[in-house]
Design a protein around this ligand. Structure first.
Ligand SMILES: Cc1cc2nc3c(=O)[nH]c(=O)nc-3n(C[C@H](O)[C@H](O)[C@H](O)COP(=O)(O)O)c2cc1C
Length: 350
């Protein structure tokens, strides 16, 4: 079946029901190897020229599914088969959470945007860890994105991250500290030098597993550079920029809640990534996410210094054919520009 047909059916449902339905089928597909092989043949592009070794693992293409699509780690195998070179699970919190009241997820098809105020709805660390124990290590890299519980007071935040790092350090190839979601009150306040220093100092005592920092797009370049440089100095293994935006002026008809994503945050997200890459390219692993919706945009991020890119919103609108198209086009762009491998293209514009 064509993705446009599937999308037509899914888009008749409200966004959250559509997500649950997709999740049901993708979870099921994960248990049917011949089906996974069929999806891989159709959508998965993994090639020598696109391969990089990061965190001791081979990423066989640079396009990953961003956090928040598979919050509970139920679709990991299927998402890889649909074309993603790596899968980032989460955000996972220590205790399970139901998230914010519904409705909390909105589509804006005209702008190919999404607005969400989910609030870290997830099964909690124990349940997600049990799932990953059956999966990890996988034939492709898996990341786990971690966040504090809503009810945990700010001064106890570090305890939540400690527990999460201890729970997932042996169940993923990399971890991501999320202090950039707009949907947990006070979470973005943790985007300060002192907390970041404490966090990564603690983390390096707990594990040698790479731990990355994911930041919001809503800050001045100077602040972004300060925070990410501090994180890297304190031991962060990489930076993921960016999460969703609370700049509602970017989306006509936006609600005053949550974070917006997709095409409408493309330039904002790129601008912050680019500023950070100017400082940190070559010093750490950089992952660009936010509004990537085409092969050209993915390539622009790579040339600006992104080792990897991640996609959420454009996957809702474009489905697995878009992921295949990005990877196949990247192969062509490399050839056209005289790069033997993706590593040569990464940071070519720096
Ligand atoms: C419905 C939804 C849920 C999300 N949940 C999370 C999350 O739990 N943790 C996180 O770090 N990012 C989350 N994100 C942010 C995405 O990972 C990504 O950073 C952001 O959407 C920008 O990329 P995009 O424009 O390709 O969607 C979520 C995004 C959406 C649309």
């Amino acid at each position: 079946m064509e993705y446009q047909t599937v999308k037509g059916l899914l888009f008749r449902l409200d966004p959250e029901s559509a997500h649950h339905l997709a999740q049901f089928f993708l979870e099921l597909a994960g248990f049917i190897p011949p089906l996974l092989r069929g999806l891989e043949r159709r959508f998965l592009v993994e090639r020598e020229e696109l391969t990089q070794t990061l965190f001791g693992r081979e990423f066989r293409n640079p396009v990953g599914i961003a956090a928040g699509f598979d919050k509970d780690g139920t679709m990991v195998r299927s998402l890889h088969a649909l074309g993603f070179g790596h899968v980032e699970v989460g955000t996972v919190t220590p205790k399970p959470q139901i998230g914010n009241p519904k409705p909390r997820l909105f589509r804006y098809p005209k702008y190919e945007a999404i607005q969400n105020a989910m609030g870290f709805n997830n099964d909690g660390a124990q349940v997600v860890a049990a799932r990953l124990r059956r999966l990890y290590p996988a034939p492709f890299p898996i990341g786990v994105n971690i966040g504090k519980n809503k009810e945990t007071p700010e001064e106890k935040s570090l305890d939540d991250y400690r527990l999460l790092i201890e729970t997932f350090r042996d169940l993923a190839d990399y971890l991501v500290v999320n202090i950039s979601s707009p949907n947990t009150p006070g979470l973005r306040d943790l985007q300060n030098q002192q907390f970041i220093k404490e966090l990564f100092t603690m983390a390096s005592d707990l594990t040698e597993k790479p731990i990355l920092l994911k930041i919001a797009p809503d800050m001045e370049p100077a602040q972004g550079i300060d925070l990410t440089a501090t994180a890297v100095e304190a031991g962060a293994a990489g930076i993921i920029a960016t999460n969703t935006s609370t700049d509602y002026s970017l989306l006509k008809g936006a609600r005053e809640m949550g974070g917006i994503s997709g095409k409408v945050i493309k330039e904002k997200s790129f601008a912050l990534f680019d500023a950070i890459a100017r400082e940190l390219f070559g010093k750490t692993v950089l992952i660009s996410v936010g509004g990537i919706d085409s092969p050209e945009e993915a390539y622009r991020r790579i040339r600006a210094g992104a080792n990897l890119v991640q996609i959420y919103t454009a996957f809702i609108y474009g489905g697995p054919p878009l992921i295949r198209e990005i990877n196949s086009s990247l192969l062509e762009f490399l050839k056209r520009d005289g790069f033997a491998t993706i590593t040569e293209a990464i940071g070519a514009d720096r």
